[in-house]
Design a protein around this ligand. Structure first.
Ligand code: FES
Ligand code: FES
Length: 230
């Protein structure tokens, strides 16, 4: 082959075989094309804050209650417990939330004459009813009810967290006993218990837990009021 022909052949070879430089240029161009949509998406994500939209407000409904002798008209969600209605809507924070599941009795209030755990019932279920909380135990013109004085005199509390529920429960207990209601500790349920014994009081107050363990003094206070000695 002549030198001229050899030169032409070498040039054709070079044109057909990709050089290292051309290969790298092609790869870089392909990477740029592939990365462009990803970079765009990342920029968009950075520009859009990841905040969930606010939940839609739940519908509310009116509930009329007479609380401690005063009329209240509350606008509550249907799922609002009586306990939350008293504390959060009526502003009566004397009633305490302990377990919020019916185990401690801290939320005890008196509804239409009966003591109940206000955390276990919905406010809308008591439309038109009368509720007595610890703020309403004292008779008009007095600052303390007899059971409240007895709790102080008998030293029947320590931290006091369970005390509003204990006071409401004790108030209803004494009324139940005077009405002749029997309990699981009553020897013969056909007859009204002759006296409110310690066992009767412990049984009837068993729904109210005191983590400070003031039970002996609580029993003494309830007994004093039930027997008219307070
Ligand atoms: S808060 Fe209701 S029973 Fe504990
Ligand atoms: S006085 Fe503290 S829980 Fe009863």
């Amino acid at each position: 082959m002549s030198p001229v022909n050899q030169h032409v052949a070498d040039a054709n070879d070079a044109a057909q075989k990709p050089s290292r430089r051309r290969f790298l240029q092609s790869a870089a161009a392909a990477a740029a094309v592939t990365a462009a949509p990803l970079a765009h998406a990342q920029q968009q994500a950075a520009a859009t804050p990841a905040v969930a939209p606010p939940p839609a407000a739940a519908p509310t409904m009116p509930v009329k209650l007479t609380i401690n002798g005063h009329p209240y008209e509350l606008q509550v969600e249907a799922r609002t417990t009586l306990l939350d209605a008293l504390r959060e809507y009526a502003g009566l924070t004397g009633t305490k939330k302990g377990c919020d599941r019916g185990q401690c009795g801290a939320c005890t209030v008196i509804v239409s004459g009966r003591r109940i755990n206000s955390c276990l019932t919905l406010a809308v279920m008591h439309d038109g009813e009368s509720v007595t909380t610890v703020e309403g135990l004292a008779p008009d013109g007095d600052t303390l009810a007899p059971i409240q004085r007895a709790f102080i005199e008998k030293d029947a509390f320590q931290c006091g967290y369970c005390t509003p529920g204990q006071l409401c429960s004790a108030t209803a207990l004494i009324a139940e006993y005077r009405a002749g209601d029997a309990s699981a500790a009553t020897a013969d349920v056909r007859f009204r218990p002759a006296q409110l014994s310690d066992d009767e009081i412990r049984e009837r107050m068993s729904g109210n837990i005191c983590r400070c363990g003031a039970y002996p003094n609580i029993v003494a206070a309830v007994k004093a009021v039930a027997s008219g000695n307070a």
